[in-house]
Design a protein around this ligand. Structure first.
Ligand SMILES: Cc1cc2nc3c(=O)[nH]c(=O)nc-3n(C[C@H](O)[C@H](O)[C@H](O)COP(=O)(O)OP(=O)(O)OC[C@H]3O[C@@H](n4cnc5c(N)ncnc54)[C@H](O)[C@@H]3O)c2cc1C
Length: 435
């Protein structure tokens, strides 16, 4: 890295040249590859390396420093062109035809991209939330397929508008209304908030209800943000300063018939059907953050000397890192198995998992979301701590990990909501098992 590039990245260099050089993305990828090589299948490994290679070249070619002045949204088209926005689907319905796809492949994609830049990966995750419902409900309607292709190929990021200022965890008692018109279109009115990517998105998925506070009257819409009556402001979230989150005011936004993905009465079902992959992707992102932090700390503590010894050799450092490394490895194994099992079931049932199986996976998705987000927060903090001042200054991605890992417990349903879902599942389990 040239001196000029370094200057853009951080105000003052705190870490010495040798260690900073060894903390390169290439070495961090190597470190994770040597951890996960045996766990991944041949195909997963090959795809993992393919995405890594792209990220390495992209970082070098564009002289990316991950410094505060960079706009992560500028990178979306290049990743979209390569088909790296999501690999949950094969892309066939919009003539893309990816060879590697499914939840497990997407986990691998996510891991490589998160290690490149965690805020960029999180923005991509929000686009995927907009992609999934269009994928499931395009019904071959041309305008929906067009939007889907634009999102998949990185022409625009996407966003999902569920949360409202007065309805967060309680997402099914919405206040944003949709009123059907004589021509079959709907007029939407209300306010949404904290919607990742919305200020930078052309397409958003929005939920509204024909009767306030009635979950049975919810509907789901695809909206072009340039339509009249759609107004968006940026909400600043200091822990992810590069992401654009929106607060949207909808004033008589007219949604034509062909953009209705789920009519009145279907919205709630559509909201719930996306929850398993959404929570698994948040879990995957959290695990990826943990690996990113572990790779930094794992390299740093082998180089940093105090009392004339590499600090890894002190039990306070080495044993602590070993503890979080073990937990991350174990959860990665578990999560990957869940993803593979989800993919197998999807394939077995012709692309759509039957409702009873999907519902049974809801508790599993909550379990992984719950433990992985906690793990990420703990691992990222501990890794930063083990790196001392070097883990807290702005010379590496560690401050990104530290901040972003604290957000994951809230997004996609808070820790307490996951506990609630799991406790209800325990009730069902009891009823199913004890006679
Ligand atoms: C960075 C970021 C990105 C986001 N991205 C999106 C997005 O793309 N799209 C979108 O629609 N939303 C998004 N959100 C919103 C997010 O999903 C909500 O913030 C979250 O669901 C919580 O809602 P709330 O903020 O209104 O908190 P509240 O629901 O008011 O919760 C406050 C506290 O009360 C607790 N609580 C609430 N109800 C219960 C209960 N029944 N039992 C126990 N505890 C309870 C919660 O766990 C929490 O600790 C994002 C939020 C953030 C911070």
């Amino acid at each position: 890295m040239s001196n000029e590039e370094k200057k853009r990245k951080f105000k003052v260099q705190a870490i010495n040249d040798e260690i900073l050089g060894k903390l390169s993305l290439k070495n961090r990828y190597n470190w994770v590859n040597n951890n996960l090589g045996n766990l991944l299948t041949k195909e997963q490994n090959a795809f993992f390396r393919e995405v890594q290679k792209f990220c390495l070249r992209f970082e070098k070619k564009n002289k990316i420093t991950h410094g505060p002045d960079e706009d992560i949204y500028d990178w979306v088209p290049a990743f979209g062109e390569k088909g790296y926005i999501t690999r949950q689907h094969d892309g066939k319905c919009v003539d893309l035809d990816y060879a590697e796809y499914g939840l497990a492949m997407d986990f691998v994609r996510n891991l490589a991209i998160d290690m490149f830049d965690p805020q960029f990966a999180m923005g991509g995750g929000a686009t995927v939330l907009a992609i999934n419902p269009i994928y499931d409900h395009h019904d071959n309607v041309p305008v929906r397929l067009e939007a889907l292709k634009e999102l998949l190929t990185g022409k625009s990021p996407g966003a999902i508008l569920i949360t409202e200022p007065e309805r967060g965890s309680d997402a099914v008692h919405q206040l944003t209304t949709c009123d059907e018109q004589e021509d079959g279109s709907f007029l939407l009115n209300g306010v949404k908030i904290y919607n990742t990517n919305a200020p930078r998105s052309k397409w958003v998925i929005c939920y509204a209800t024909a009767e306030q506070n009635n979950g049975n009257k919810m509907a789901q819409f695809l909206i072009n943000t340039s339509w009249e009556g759609f107004h968006v402001e940026r909400v600043n979230i200091p822990w992810v300063p590069k992401l654009y989150l929106g607060k949207e005011t909808l004033k008589n936004v007219r949604v034509p018939k062909e953009y209705i993905l789920g009519g009145v009465g279907k919205g709630r079902e559509h909201l719930f059907e996306g929850l398993v992959p959404e929570r698994i992707c948040i879990a995957a992102m959290s695990v990826a953050e943990a690996w990113g932090a572990l790779a930094h700390a794992g390299i740093y503590v082998n180089l940093r000397k105090q009392f004339d010894q590499e600090i890894l050799k002190f039990q306070g450092v080495g044993f602590s890192l070993a503890d979080y490394w073990a937990r991350t490895t174990a959860l990665t194994f578990g999560l990957l198995k869940f993803c593979e099992s989800y993919d197998e079931k999807k394939e077995k049932f012709g692309g759509e998992i039957p409702k009873n199986i999907s519902q049974a996976m809801v508790a599993g998705a909550s379990q992984f979301k719950y433990v992985c987000t906690q793990l990420s927060k703990d691992v990222c903090y501990e890794c930063a701590n083990l790196m001392g001042g070097a883990g807290l200054c702005d010379n590496t991605l560690m401050y990104d990990y530290l901040n972003i890992s604290r957000i994951q417990e809230i997004v996609g349903g808070s820790r307490q909501i996951q506990q609630y879902i799991m406790s209800m599942a325990l009730r069902n389990l009891y009823k199913m098992s004890v006679f």
